[in-house]
Write a protein that binds this ligand. Sequence first.
Ligand code: FES
Length: 168
Amino acid sequence: MHDHIFNNYTAKDRGNLIGLLQDVQEIYGYLPEIAMQDIADFLDMPLSGIYGVATFYNQFRLTPLGKNIIRVCRGTACHVKGSNDVLTALEIELGVNAGETTRDKLFTLETVACIGACSIAPVININEEYYGRLAVKEIPKIINKYKREAKALEKSTQESENKNASVK
Ligand code: FES
């Protein structure tokens, strides 16, 4: 199934594992279970060994990314200004831990090192947008904004699908 990836590698050579995982993740954005099984078969390795490596390196992701990526800065300036509280509040608001994606696939919560906006610490970014000097109490409002946007998008997509269906 993943022959287009495997063509670049030698079968049964376990030294290729990291490269294969990187290639799969580049295509899918994460490591789907079926691809991990294909890699296990290709390298003649137990699936548990593939998982062991994939979970050891934090460059690898076992679940797909959410629509909105929230990055909480854990750099020193943000830490001093309360980034721990910000992270905890986001984890509670979203019902996930750092590194996880919400069930509705709307948000992925990540932590990162300094994102270069120390003067407005503590800071998070959501996709391309930065939220600085962030107070914990502002978090529900910010999250709701993205939820509303997603709902509005879903509604307009639904409406245009209905329109197209009635034209046919
Ligand atoms: S430490 Fe957070 S932006 Fe630099």
